[in-house]
Design a protein around this ligand. Structure first.
Ligand code: AP5
Ligand code: MG
Length: 219
């Protein structure tokens, strides 16, 4: 299966992607996590991306599309993938269509996570991520780690993402509404969009997502 996950910052894309990717036996590809890994390793790509990410703006398409294409071209993604945070504007969606067409494959669904803005703000304010791997995500009240400040998965140190400051979150939400939301209409025109509420317990949202994907891909 080839799935795109879309939703505002803090909607729970990364959290859900971990479970959905495992259930569907496909890799979870998060462009945000790829950028953060590059930033922590100090690569040129990470250096190019940092200023944009810290300001809550999108990293330019020239950088992002190539990075996503490389990752989708790796051997574990031959039979499918779950894209989290890509595409993030209509230009990237068009570029993805070209990449898939060249491979003779298609998207199966675009899963749209709906969460009210006040909940998103609470989720981001309490989020802590692992320094070793930002895909390991916790929340101070909703899903606290067993030991304060320590990742349950790998023992890494937990920290607050630099772009999770109140001011940057405001910019990210605005960028989401102006640049990313239009991809929902783009994909709706292709009949691919499945919208679910991402409110409630993490496991309930995963079950809702699995059911919605099953119905949309069977129907
Ligand atoms: P990215 O890392 O993709 O950030 P984002 O889209 O803003 O989304 P987040 O990771 O903040 O939220 P999420 O939806 O994954 O929520 P999470 O699961 O962590 O991108 C960062 C930056 O990179 C961008 O701003 C941009 O600069 C750049 N970038 C990335 N991709 C790009 C692209 N394609 N083009 C250009 N630039 C790009 O959950 C949030 C919190 O809520 C957690 O603490 C979690 O524990 C908690 N939570 C989750 N689910 C629940 C629940 N059901 N109940 C209670 N709490 C919950
Ligand atoms: Mg994320």
């Amino acid at each position: 299966m080839r799935i795109v996950l879309v939703g505002p910052p803090g909607a729970g894309k990364g959290t859900q992607a971990a479970y959905l990717a495992e259930n569907l036996s496909i890799p979870h590809i998060s462009t945000g996590d790829l950028f953060r890994a590059n930033m922590s390793q100090g690569t040129d790509l990470g250096k190019q991306a940092r200023a944009y990410i810290d300001a809550g703006q999108l990293v330019p398409d020239e950088v992002t599309i190539g990075m996503a294409k490389d990752r989708m071209g790796q051997s574990d993604a031959v039979n499918g993938f779950l894209l989290d945070g890509f595409p993030r504007n209509v230009g990237q969606a068009e570029a993805l269509d070209v990449i898939l067409k060249d491979e003779g494959v298609k998207l199966d669904a675009v899963l749209d996570l709906e969460v009210p803005e006040d909940e998103v703000v609470k989720r981001i304010a309490g989020r802590r991520v692992c320094r070793r791997d930002s895909a390991h995500v916790f929340h101070l009240s909703y899903s606290p780690p067993k030991t304060e400040g320590v990742c349950d998965v790998c023992g890494g140190e937990l920290y607050q993402r630099h772009d999770d400051s109140e001011e940057t979150v405001r910019t990210r939400l605005e960028v989401y509404h102006t640049q990313t939301e239009p991809i929902i209409d783009y994909y709706r025109a292709q009949g691919l969009v499945v919208t679910i509420s991402a409110l409630g317990e993490v496991a309930d949202v995963t079950a809702r997502a699995m059911e919605a994907l099953k119905q949309s891909t069977e129907g």
